[in-house]
Design a protein around this ligand. Structure first.
Ligand code: NOJ
Length: 743
């Protein structure tokens, strides 16, 4: 085995821990004569309870706390592992696959009554975009630019989860992702570090509420720490080449924001970060997360990631993997059987110290105490916890705000006005299942309002609506084509529903080419020969390459995988009952060959050259793109002072007028650019945004309070934040203003 240098210095955190330990010892001495052990006394401070419990635990009991097995029926084909026939009462955590709390309570009873110390089990699950009330996939949520609504949806998910026996979700995923071939772009908040930070914080706040011990809150888990989004060529589980500079300026910021928001746990990633896998990386786990950011919750591995260290060529066997992982700061082992089988021997051989084991155990106990599991280990079943009226309203609002009107050409077919006969064509029109997206927890297709159902409810009493499938999702077209052609000839307008199946994105669902399946493209082309106005409705889990079919359509709505209320929200957008307000959180390339393409790239030395010879170098729809049924007019930007010192703050404002005829939401995005600096920076960077409803004729003022270090500054390759004097540009829409910073 190779020796590794550990870097654990005494910093503020160390001093804080020593102080807490002194307080704990004080409380422990107070409790010496009490009949109940101190750790069971909820009036005692958490740190004292932890120390008391630690003092009573055997090595074996401690090691069990560091392991997670599963309970219930596992239907995830990517989570393959050795079945555990007899779960020990001392186990630290279980992934809970069931929908009701019965089995959990039985298992918890075993832990509480049959284990010596009665330490409750922590039950976790992948509640990614809803538990049973499924709302849009995370990428779509980011397109809402409405973090308050996302927080609300996460609170719904938390309530349904906790009432069903789940205390902890493996969410949010805040991996900045710039390659739409990677299936997991659907699980995160797009290409921008700031947007991932804002939505990551919103979901942590939604899941965890004001108090983790509340019976409506669950613990959040920031994942996958770190850099998983850089997966080479969009393939899953592969190597990532990340320079220290990019690690700090692109991949780490959302995690720092999530930790500052109080996220209880973190999951390590599968990827190998430039030679050191993320699950055994002392720099990212110990030095950055725990030392520099003072994170005091625990880190769980991803599924079987410790064993995979061997496949990654980093360790000789699982024993060495265990040694590397725990010494690097990975506290809980998810379904590896690495810690349970190897830690004792490693301790005896002196390759892992008791302090390292104790520290990991403390962190896990801390989260259990904070969740109130010692006081409330069981879940009482609440019968009407799913699909409540208010939960469905949230799902519907979020679906509506997530959908992006990508195109509405000069014929302005949307909102639908003068058409009486509507032809709904395409393989995605009647599907319920595919609208749930990947990782749909306990979502039930029968709960979903399909596009077809939504359109019928919206237009059924006033319009004539007919349907033809046209083609299957990705097989032979010949079956339905002639019916679809006849329908198009009959109709005044064609609504064509195309897209991806839900298992075409998510984990282990990469694509080499992000066009729609050829059969769907050919359906679009054939039907366009009818000469009828055509609207394209897309449901998919990643940006698509639309270059070959975009010209056939007068309007395009990106509906994403919108969850249970998708059909209702889509129909509202088609009729104009809802004015679309979504804007892209991830660039739509013109075609796959442009990937990676994202707005905040670094500058080129020759911006007038370096273009592709064969296609345009511009994306089809850039980051931030999204149309409305009304128009907005922006004033010039005003700034309270055009020259400030580094230590000052300044406010920029812009007025936006709704010059159309209907109310509409506008998202004002504030970008910063630095013309030159000692470390080169992106062309522009999003720093602030605000979404507000504006009535026709009304003007609203938007402002951005600029804090130089936070908003104009940058980070070096060791994570030091700095800001340099000089000129900066603040841009909003097509307006720009200069701000000069002096020493
Ligand atoms: C593997 C995935 O990468 C991770 O996101 C998920 O939380 C775990 N499996 C557990 O299902």
């Amino acid at each position: 085995m190779k020796k590794r240098k550990m870097n654990i210095g005494l910093n503020d955190k160390g001093i804080l821990r020593r102080t807490l330990l002194t307080i704990s010892v004080f409380f422990l001495s107070l409790n010496t004569f009490a009949s109940e052990p101190l750790y069971k006394d909820s009036s005692m401070p958490v740190e004292s309870r932890i120390e008391d419990l630690m003092g009573r635990m055997t090595l074996e009991e401690k090691i069990f706390q560091l392991n997670q097995y599963t309970l219930g029926w596992n239907n995830n084909e990517n989570n393959l592992g050795e079945e555990v026939k007899e779960i020990p009462a001392e186990i630290g955590s279980l992934i809970y696959f069931e929908e009701d709390p019965e089995l959990r309570n039985l298992m918890q009873k075993k832990a509480m009554e049959e284990s010596r110390l009665g330490i409750p089990i922590l039950f976790g699950y992948d509640v990614i975009h809803g538990f049973r009330t499924i709302y849009p996939i995370s990428l779509a949520q980011a397109c809402s630019w409405n973090p308050a609504l996302v927080k609300e949806a996460c609170a719904v998910a938390a309530q349904e989860s906790r009432m069903s026996g789940v205390d902890w979700t493996f969410s949010p995923m805040i991996d900045v992702a710039r390659d739409p071939r990677w299936g997991r772009v659907s699980e995160g908040y797009g290409e921008d570090p700031y947007l991932n930070s804002v939505f990551g914080v919103a979901s942590v706040e939604g899941y965890q509420g004001n108090n983790l011990s509340d019976t409506l809150s669950i613990a959040a888990c920031l994942k996958h720490f770190v850099g998983y989004g850089a997966s080479e060529a969009g393939r899953d589980y592969v190597y990532t080449e990340i320079s220290p500079q990019t690690l700090w300026d692109t991949y780490l910021p959302p995690y720092e924001a999530g930790i500052n928001a109080g996220a209880a746990t973190v999951m390590s990633a599968f990827n190998d970060i430039s030679g050191v896998p993320a699950s055994a990386n002392p720099y990212t786990l110990n030095d950055i997360l725990k030392q520099k950011w003072n994170f005091d919750g625990f880190v769980v591995s991803d599924w079987a990631a410790i064993n995979q260290l061997k496949e990654q060529g980093y360790t000789a066997d699982n024993k060495e993997g265990t040694m590397r992982a725990i010494n690097a700061g990975l506290d809980m082992d998810m379904m590896n059987h690495a810690y349970d089988r190897n830690l004792q021997a490693l301790l005896e051989e002196g390759l892992v110290t008791q302090d390292v084991i104790d520290e990991a155990v403390r962190r896990i106990l801390r989260v259990k105490f904070r969740l109130g599991l010692f006081e409330n280990p069981y879940t009482s079943e609440v019968k009407d916890r799913f699909l409540r009226k208010s939960s469905l309203e949230t799902a519907s609002n979020l679906a509506a705000e997530s959908m992006v009107l990508l195109k509405n050409d000069s014929t302005k077919v949307l909102p639908l006005k003068n058409f009486k006969k509507i032809a709904v064509i395409g393989p995605m029109a009647k599907t319920q299942k595919e609208l749930l997206g990947s990782w749909n927890a306990h979502g039930n297709p029968e709960d979903v309002i399909s596009f077809w159902e939504g359109i019928n409810k919206e237009f059924g009493s006033t319009h004539e609506i007919r349907y033809a499938e046209g083609c299957d999702f990705d097989s032979d077209i010949s079956n339905g084509l002639s019916d679809a052609m006849k329908l198009a000839d009959w109709a005044d307008i064609v609504i064509m529903c195309l897209g991806e199946k839900n298992n075409w994105s998510g984990e282990n669902a990469s694509r080499a080419d992000i066009h729609l399946p050829a059969i769907q493209e050919s359906l679009a082309q054939t039907i366009s020969a009818s000469g009828k106005p055509m609207v394209l409705i897309l449901t998919n889990g990643r940006p698509l390459a639309l270059d070959r079919i975009e010209p056939f359509f007068n309007a395009i709505v990106e509906a994403w995988q919108p969850g249970v209320a998708g059909g209702e929200s889509l129909a509202g957008i088609l009729s104009g009952r809802i004015n679309p307000s979504g804007k892209l959180a991830m660039t739509f390339p013109l075609t796959t060959g442009q990937i990676p393409i994202y707005y905040n790239r670094r500058k080129s030395g020759r911006h007038h050259q370096g273009f592709y010879k064969d296609i345009s170098s511009e994306p089809l729809y850039p980051f931030g793109h999204g149309l409305s049924y009304t128009d907005f007019e922006y004033s010039d930007i005003k700034i309270s002072s055009s020259e400030i010192k580094k230590s000052d703050k300044v406010t920029a404002t812009v007025s936006v007028k709704n010059i159309g005829e209907i109310p509409g939401y506008e998202t004002v995005m504030w970008f910063v650019s630095d013309p030159f600096s000692t470390i080169t920076r992106p062309v522009k960077e999003l720093k602030h945004f605000e979404k507000v409803n504006i009535n026709p004729g009304e003007t609203r003022e938007f402002s951005f309070e600029i804090d130089p270090l936070k908003d104009l500054g940058f980070v070096d390759n060791e994570g030091n934040k700095f800001v340099e004097p000089g000129d900066y540009y603040i841009t909003v829409n097509d307006k720009r203003i200069k701000l000069t910073l002096t020493e």
